[in-house]
Design a protein around this ligand. Structure first.
Ligand code: NAD
Ligand code: IPM
Ligand code: MN
Length: 346
C-alpha cells in the first residue's frame, strides 16, 4: 500500500481557511490503499508573537522527513514586513533547494477575466526559486539618514541558472507545442541578463525540437494581457517570475485559482505546494477566500508524488465546479471545498 506523509503549514490570514479545504479534497480523492498521515506545524504570526520564532532548525529537520509540504500563506500586518516571508517561506525554499517554482496558468471556464472565450491559454511559468534578488545579499548604509544607501544584489550562478533552464527545456519538450520563452531584462541588467541568455542558448542546442524566443519582462506583461495564448513554457528569474505569475493569475481566472509547486526535482528534499496568493488579510475570517488555488496545489502535490490519476481527478473536479457555478453568486470558502470534495469522491 502506498502512503503519504505530509507536513501541513496553514500559516496566517486565509492560509488556514484554504488549507483545510485542500486537505478535505485530498482526503476525499485518495483511494483506500493510500494511507495519509499528516502533521501540522504552527509557524506564522501567532508563533512569532508567542515565542519570537519563525522556523527553528529542529523543526526544519522534522519537515525534511516528510514526503511533501502543503502551505497556506504567511505574512501578517502585525508582524514587520519580511520577518515571516524571509524567515519562514524563503527559508524553506532555500533550505530545501526548491529551485523550480512551478506556476501553471490555464484559462478556467466561467471566470471573471478579460480573456473569456480564449480557451487556448495554457502555459506554465518555471520561476527560479533560490537565487536572484531573493538571496538577501545586500545591505543598508547610513540607515534612516538622508544619505542612506540600500542595495539588494541579484545573485545568479551559472549552476543555478543552468539547472532551472534545463528543467524548463525538459518541460517544454514534453508538451505538445514545445515552445520555451526566456523572460528577462537583458537590455538593462546586462550581467545577469547575459548569463541567462547565454545559458538559455547553449542548453537549447540540446533540445532542437523546442522552439525558443526571448522577451524583456516589460514586454512580456503586454503579451500576458493581450496575447497570452502565445506562451507555452516561460522560464525566468525569481523576482520577474513572482510578478508575472500574479499577472498571469489575474488574467486567467483570478488569484484565487493560481496554484504553485516549489519543487526540488532531484527528490533530495521534500517539495512544497502552496497557492500563489498570500494571506489576504483584507478578507481573512470573512469566508470569502477562494480555496481553489490551494486545491489545485494539492493536485500538483499528488502528481509530484506519482498519484497522476488522483491529480487529474482533482483538476477535472475544479473545472467541472467552475463550469457549473453561477458566476454571479458568491460562494463561501467551505462551500467551494465541499463542492469539489463531493466531485472527486463521487
Ligand atoms: P495577497 O495575495 O494576500 O492579496 C492580494 C489580493 O488578492 C487581496 O485583495 C486579497 O483579498 C486577494 N486574494 C488573495 N487570495 C485570495 C483568495 N484565495 N480568494 C480571494 N481573494 C484572494 O497579497 P498581498 O496583499 O500583497 O499580501 C498579503 C500578505 O501575504 C503579505 O504579508 C505578503 O507578504 C504575504 N504573501 C505571502 C505569500 C505566501 O505565503 N506564499 C504570497 C504572497 C504574499
Ligand atoms: C509568492 C510570494 C512570495 C514571493 C513572498 C511572500 C516571499 O509573493 O510566493 O509569490 O515573493 O515569492
Ligand atoms: Mn508573489
Amino acid at each position: 500500500a502506498r502512503s503519504i506523509d505530509l507536513a501541513v503549514i496553514p500559516g496566517d490570514g486565509i492560509g488556514p481557511e484554504v488549507v483545510s479545504q485542500g486537505l478535505k479534497v485530498l482526503t476525499a480523492v485518495l483511494p483506500q490503499d493510500v494511507k495519509l498521515e499528516s502533521k501540522e506545524y504552527d509557524f506564522g504570526a501567532g508563533r512569532w508573537h508567542a515565542t519570537g520564532e519563525t522556523l527553528p532548525d529542529e523543526e526544519l529537520e522534522q519537515l525534511r522527513q516528510h514526503d511533501a509540504i502543503l502551505l497556506g500563506a504567511v505574512g501578517d500586518p502585525s508582524v514587520p514586513s519580511g520577518v515571516l516571508e524571509r524567515g519562514l517561506l524563503l527559508k524553506l525554499r532555500f533550505a530545501f533547494d526548491h529551485f523550480v517554482n512551478l506556476r501553471p496558468s490555464k484559462l478556467f471556464p466561467n471566470t471573471a477575466t478579460p480573456l473569456a472565450g480564449r480557451p487556448d491559454i495554457d502555459f506554465v511559468v518555471v520561476r527560479e526559486g533560490t537565487e536572484g534578488p531573493y538571496t538577501g545579499n545586500g545591505g543598508s548604509l547610513r540607515t534612516g539618514t538622508p544619505a542612506e544607501v540600500a542595495t539588494e544584489v541579484s545573485v545568479n550562478t551559472a549552476y543555478g541558472v543552468e539547472r532551472v533552464v534545463r528543467d524548463a527545456y525538459e518541460r517544454a519538450q514534453a508538451r505538445p507545442r514545445k515552445k520555451l520563452t526566456l523572460v528577462h531584462k537583458n537590455n538593462v541588467l546586462v550581467h545577469a541578463g547575459s548569463l541567462w541568455t547565454r545559458v538559455f542558448e547553449r542548453v537549447g542546442q540540446e533540445y532542437p525540437d523546442v522552439t525558443t524566443d526571448y522577451l524583456h519582462v516589460d514586454a512580456a506583461t503586454i503579451f500576458l494581457v493581450n496575447d497570452p495564448a502565445r506562451f507555452d513554457v516561460i522560464v525566468t528569474d525569481n523576482l520577474f517570475g513572482d510578478i508575472i505569475t500574479d499577472l498571469a493569475a489575474a488574467v486567467t481566472g483570478g488569484i484565487g485559482l493560481a496554484a504553485s509547486g516549489n519543487v526540488n526535482p532531484t527528490g533530495a528534499f521534500p517539495s512544497m505546494f502552496e497557492p500563489v496568493h498570500g494571506s489576504a488579510p483584507d478578507i481573512a475570517g470573512s469566508g470569502k477566500a477562494d480555496p481553489t488555488a490551494t486545491i489545485l496545489s494539492v493536485a500538483l502535490l499528488l502528481r509530484h508524488l506519482g498519484l497522476d490519476a488522483e491529480a487529474t481527478r482533482v483538476e477535472e473536479a475544479v473545472t467541472a465546479d467552475l463550469s457549473a457555478r453561477d458566476g454571479a453568486a458568491p460562494r463561501s470558502t467551505d462551500a467551494i471545498g465541499d463542492a469539489i470534495a463531493a466531485r472527486v469522491a463521487g
